[in-house]
Design a protein around this ligand. Structure first.
Ligand code: KIV
Length: 262
């Protein structure tokens, strides 16, 4: 695999080619991901759940994120690495800039933050200063306490309209990628078609430009596999085989199936 850049991901969208994204938190998995040619690695704050055994991502700190980002970067020199800004690490524009700089210096190529219109200026400031940004709309796990649980978002007309508006606003502000988590497939399709930046779905149907899964979910290691995930290890028998099967299924459009969506 050639070194992946924002430009190569944008080219894939322009050519109508889907690409896989997977989370990783350590050098060994990151190396395997490079070996099988997965374009994008997300060092997600889901590490709070799957590595630390927390019941949400809220306890994850900047120090922990930087530690895992540097491990992933040492194991993988070709994939594009996105790092989550953790809970309250971007509550103000100044915090967002300082904490994004720390993650980029730890080895990330892009930062991800959760939220809509309130992040317009933050995205603009980061982007102007050379920090690529991935937005994240729909189910935003850092807000689980405010949302009242892990629920599908954008189901009614008004919520769907706000999400579409937020997506456009974030694109105008400068995001380079957008994650849509747990949103109705029809809404994800509309947002994907109306945005020029690649849209990555998780529990968002088949029509986004890319898919992302938490690696422990797709290896069947999570105690409760979410509806939107699939165990690729069960049918392939090796870690490398599972990652390859996932990447192939995303690229050829056979994952996700209707049963994985809302
Ligand atoms: O933290 C994470 O792994 C994520 C994905 C589930 C999109 O944000």
């Amino acid at each position: 695999m050639k070194t992946v850049t924002i430009n190569s991901l944008h080219d894939l969208k322009a050519q109508g080619k889907k690409f896989p994204v997977i989370t990783a938190y350590d050098a060994s998995f990151a190396g395997l991901i490079e070996q099988v040619g997965i374009e994008v690695v997300l060092v997600g704050d889901s590490l709070g759940n799957v590595i630390q055994g927390q019941d949400s991502t809220v306890p994850v700190t900047m120090e922990q994120m930087a530690y895992h980002v540097s491990a992933v970067r040492r194991g993988n020199s070709k994939s594009l690495i996105i790092a989550d800004l953790p809970f309250m690490a971007y509550a103000t524009e100044e915090q967002a800039m300082m904490n994004s700089a720390e993650l980029m210096q730890a080895g990330a190529h892009m930062v991800k933050l959760e939220g809509g219109a309130w992040l317009e200026l933050t995205v603009q400031l980061l982007s102007e200063r050379g920090i690529p940004v991935c937005g994240h709309l729909g189910l935003t796990p850092q807000s689980v306490n405010k949302l009242g649980g892990y629920r599908v978002q954008g189901r009614d007309e008004q919520a769907a309209e706000i999400m579409l508006k937020d997506a456009k606003l974030l694109e105008q502000a400068g995001i380079d990628l957008l994650v849509l988590e747990c949103v109705p497939a029809t809404l994800a399709k509309q947002i994907t078609e109306e945005l020029s930046v690649p849209v990555i779905g998780i529990g968002a149907g088949i029509d986004t430009d890319a898919q992302v899964l938490v690696i422990y979910d797709m290896l069947g290691l999570s105690p409760k596999v979410p509806k939107f995930a699939k165990n690729f290890l069960a049918e392939s028998g090796s870690l490398e085989g599972a990652l390859k099967a996932y990447a192939d299924a995303v690229r050829n459009g056979s994952f996700p199936e209707a049963e994985h969506g809302f």
